[in-house]
Design a protein around this ligand. Sequence first.
Ligand SMILES: C[S@@+](CC[C@H](N)C(=O)[O-])C[C@H]1O[C@@H](n2cnc3c(N)ncnc32)[C@H](O)[C@@H]1O
Length: 209
Amino acid sequence: MKDTYFIEEYKTEVPGELDKWRVAFPPKIVELFVEEYSGKGDVVFDPFAGFGTTVSVAKKMGRESFGCEIDQAKICFAKEKLDVELIGKSVFDLDHSEYPKIDLCLFSPPYWGPALGAKTYHGYLNKLEKLSKKIETRMNEGAHLIVFVQNYKFDRKGLLTLAWDLGNVLKNHFYFEQDFIWCVDRTKSKRDMKHEAADHHYCLVFRKK
Ligand SMILES: C[S@@+](CC[C@H](N)C(=O)[O-])C[C@H]1O[C@@H](n2cnc3c(N)ncnc32)[C@H](O)[C@@H]1O
C-alpha cells in the first residue's frame, strides 16, 4: 500500500447542508483501509460513525460492521440513504460486551476542544485515550485501530496539534505501525476553508499489542 493518496475534491452522498464541516469520509479512502486491514467476515467498528460511511463501506465489502452516533440527523441519513442502522447512543455509554469483538476500529474523532464534554484540550485527549483503552480490550489479537485526523485551526493563534497529540497518547496502548496521508485537491473548490487546517489528513495506524 502506498503511504500517500491524492484524491480530487470529493462528493459523498451527504448533502452539503447536512455536512457543513465536511466531516463525512470519502468512501474511496475508507475502502482502501478496510481492504488492507481486514478480511471478509471480519468485524469493523466506528465509534464516531457520523453519516455511516465506515459502517456502510465495510458492510458492502462483506464485513460485519457497527458504529455509534449521537446526532439524530446523521443516524436518519445512514438509515435512509445508506441502509445502515447506527447505534444511537454515545460510545461512552456503550456496553461493549453486547457487541462482537473487533478486528478493525476506524474513526475520525469529533473535532473541537470542548467536544466530548471535556472542559480542556487535555481532558478531551484524556477521554479519547480512555475510550481507545476500552476498545482495545474488545479487539481481537492482531487487530488494528486507524484514526483519521488533522491538525486544525482552533483559533487565530494557530494550529492545534491534534493529530500528533492523539498519536502520542494512543501509542501508550498500541503499537504505532504506520502513518499515511491523504490529500484532497481543492484547487477548484469554492469552499470556505477557514476552519480547515490543510488539504491533508493523517491516517494513523495502530496495532493491538
Ligand atoms: C468527525 S465526525 C465523523 C464522521 C464520519 N467519519 C463520517 O464519515 O461521516 C465525528 C462524529 O462523532 C459524533 N459524536 C460526537 N460525540 C459522540 C459520542 N459521544 N458518541 C458517538 N458519536 C459521537 C459526532 O456527532 C460526529 O458525527
